[in-house]
Design a protein. Structure first.
Lengths: 155, 155, 155
């Protein structure tokens, strides 16, 4: 059970963040589950805020960039649990697209997005092995440091 | 019928724009329909031109950026109607990826891409609810202000 | 047979490049095959290196940018052959997403990604007709000049 795995890793799913616009967090079609671009947002009781903002490698450190990628992923898992009822219904991670807010000279995108990939592998093991693209963006919504979207297959 | 809905919104599908390179506008695989990246192009009788070009928030206003996202979407609907025979065969909007041509300090991508999302929701209602990613690009083909690609499910 | 087609075009599939992070090169789900973002990497016997690096139109020419897109695609085909056993099992190219490392004033992304599209069409003919998005990035992993990811359908 994924719940046990989360417990053993001392991970607690955050509240599902609200969408930043006129879209829904998850759409299911056949066995495919699409998750909207997730930002490193922390959802409080009354409001939410970008926890990791700015350009990675300039405004925030590589280490915080990795944490941003992890927070995006925790938010995605929260959305998936809500949409599927249980993370045990995730059959396979198919693809993640990782967008790093950075300057034109930045080259370490893979290290940043590894924050997300490593977390997925730790939680889902073999089912977590995914394809990926990592890209450098000149800007992101709400000045988030990282944005990631996800495609998974469900049982 | 979507045609009636378009009429009641005073919307007329544009001519299908030509591809900007060696690709096709739509590919169908199973129930999934992929639409190539659409630009805010207006297709005249003899030629086409970028109606909304430049960097949103610098060269053009946020309002025109939203209109650019709407025009991309009208072009996509035109492509979908041509490929499917009728927009009534659209079963569900799955995902749109919205790319905003902007400067590094821009943060209002969601407002721009809401131009597309809002239009889809107005036309398709429940079937129009989609996942989304909105991103800031340092440049786009032909200096278009916005580019959007689409995945829908067909019946 | 695709092998014969590659021979007649004097094309030799490269060694499959190693992933740049904690992800796998290919994931298959149903009939869909996702290929991770490919860089213009040349894989030697002991090490690999970025063959086409820097910003297209500034650090390297448009012509070398096209060659970078071709090299990404040859690497993708190598990954696909390894994953599927044979490129004859490719039923259809669905979508390629082409990311060009460039400056903010760049507008010729379609010409660069045509390097990939043209190669796919030459090798796969009708099955190679694909949808596409071409985008301008302010930076890419390892300073690659181009990155491309691919979705194909298998038989």
């Amino acid at each position: 059970m994924i719940k046990d795995r989360l417990n053993s890793l001392n991970l607690v799913l955050p509240k599902t963040p609200k969408s930043a616009g006129l879209y829904v967090p998850v759409v299911i079609t056949g066995n495919l589950v699409f998750v909207s671009g997730q930002l490193p947002i922390e959802q409080g009781s009354n409001s939410s805020y970008i926890k990791f903002g700015g350009k990675v490698g300039k405004d925030i450190s590589l280490e915080d960039g990795k944490k941003a990628a992890q927070l995006c992923t925790m938010n995605a898992l929260s959305q998936l649990e809500f949409a599927l009822g249980s993370l045990d219904r995730v059959d396979k991670f198919i693809k993640i697209s990782g967008y790093v807010n950075c300057e034109a000279s930045f080259t370490e995108h893979p290290k940043i997005i590894d924050g997300a990939s490593d977390l997925i592998l730790q939680i889902f093991g073999e089912k977590g092995k995914h394809t990926r693209v990592a890209l450098g963006m000149n800007s992101l919504p709400l000045n988030g440091a990282v944005e990631i979207d996800y495609i998974v297959a469900k049982e």
